[in-house]
Design a protein around this ligand. Structure first.
Ligand SMILES: Cc1ncc(COP(=O)(O)O)c(C=O)c1O
Length: 375
């Protein structure tokens, strides 16, 4: 059997990783400024994380959601406390798309409506309603077109008011900071107006924090830069440092009902052990403080490179914009300088999503390499 060939691949084969470094099968060492697409939060193979998963596997790895699982409660308690979202309840699933799918479904159950507002360049995943709310026709099949979604430009509140005025909108879904789209984000005024109009018209505000959450923006969730309270927050990527998991945080005024949501694998013992150890490490190593201080250093250093037009994003969710396409630059960074970076829908943007534990020295080596490649 061959693999179903859906991914264009770089010719690199990582076989080992530690902290912010990855090694290929020939022993070549790479600096990982991409974290496998914003997934690696506490660093590759963190010893406490490895120990926690290994210990759990030796006890019990999985049982279904029909029994008591104290690890789910421990995870919910820790996530509530560390994120400052104690007035939310947690539903656990397995991926980002599944988190958004459940969030949209819940909004529809609760409001009795079905239409969704999403934003230009949004990415919310590849399953039914999540992909329909993703602004990319190429990854929407005819079956996905059954969903009713309208895409509006970010930061145009009048258009949002107009659409909501039609009375059939169940949810607005918006990324804390856009990831795949290219690091654009709503202004504080926009987020606050959206929250107000959602509350007034019984529309759920869903904050997709799958990429921007878990400390990546310098706050635990990126929406916390804007002093709002969404109905639902979705999370995945950094949540278990590469172990598949997704979370739907639901404001506790919205009540649950048996059978409303469900999953076989979601919240299993191994996934919970991985996610709990990530929160423990974020807290013990004060990784949010590290994100903010490395971000400040990054901004100072990047300002010394005249070819850079703009830096977008916040914390360690960054886009460095040039006035040329960065495809060749990314290849040179990988193959000449051994540094992984990311791309986005904006072809002129280099995407930087390192582990939250990255050091200023590691960023300094990237800046030196970038200057050499640009010269
Ligand atoms: C903002 C955002 N939402 C949702 C998803 C989908 O997550 P997953 O690939 O885990 O389904 C992604 C993945 O890149 C994302 O960046």
């Amino acid at each position: 059997m061959e693999l179903f060939d859906v991914y264009p691949l770089y010719n690199v084969t990582p076989v080992k990783a530690e902290g912010a470094y990855v090694w290929d099968e020939k022993g070549t060492k790479y600096l990982d400024l991409y974290g496998g697409h914003g997934v690696i939060s506490v660093g590759h193979t963190h010893p406490k994380y490895v120990k926690s998963i290994s210990n759990q596997l030796n006890k019990i790895g999985f049982y279904s959601n029909s029994i008591q699982n104290p690890l789910q409660k421990e995870l919910a308690e820790k996530l509530g406390r560390i994120s400052g979202c104690e007035n939310y309840n947690l539903f656990l699933c397995n991926s980002g798309a599944e988190a958004n799918e459940n969030a949209l479904k819940l909004a529809s159950f609760k409001t009795g409506k079905s239409r969704v507002i999403a934003f230009s360049n949004a990415f919310h995943g590849r399953t039914s309603a999540a992909v329909a709310a993703t602004d990319n026709k190429n990854i929407n099949a005819p079956i996905n077109l059954q969903q009713e979604v309208v895409f509006l430009p970010l930061n145009d509140i009048e258009l949002v008011i107009h659409e909501i005025g039609k009375g059939d909108v169940a949810a607005i879904i918006i990324e804390g900071i856009q990831g795949v789209g290219g690091l654009d984000e709503g202004t504080t005024a926009f987020f606050q107006e959206v929250e107000k109009i959602c509350n007034k018209h019984n529309v759920f505000l869903i904050l997709d924090e799958i990429q921007s959450g878990y400390g990546r923006s310098g706050q635990f969730f990126a929406f916390q830069h804007h002093n709002i309270q969404p109905d639902i927050i979705t999370t995945a990527k950094g949540m278990a440092n590469g172990f598949p998991i997704g979370g739907v945080l639901i404001l506790n005024k919205h009540e649950a009902k048996y059978g409303m949501l469900g999953t076989t694998f979601g919240g299993n013992h191994l996934a919970c052990a991985a996610a709990i150890s990530v929160l423990d490490i974020i807290e013990e190593e004060q990784l949010l403080a590290n994100v903010n201080s490395v971000y400040a250093y990054f901004l100072e250093e990047i300002a010394t490179i005249p070819e850079i037009k703009k830096v977008k994003g916040k914390g360690l969710m960054l886009g460095v914009e040039f006035d040329f396409e960065v495809g060749e630059l990314r290849k040179k960074l990988i193959f000449d300088k051994q540094i992984f970076t990311g791309g986005s829908n904006n072809k002129n943007l280099l995407r930087i999503l390192p582990p939250l534990s990255i050091s200023k020295e590691q960023i300094a080596s990237f800046i030196t390499a970038l200057k050499e490649v640009l010269a």
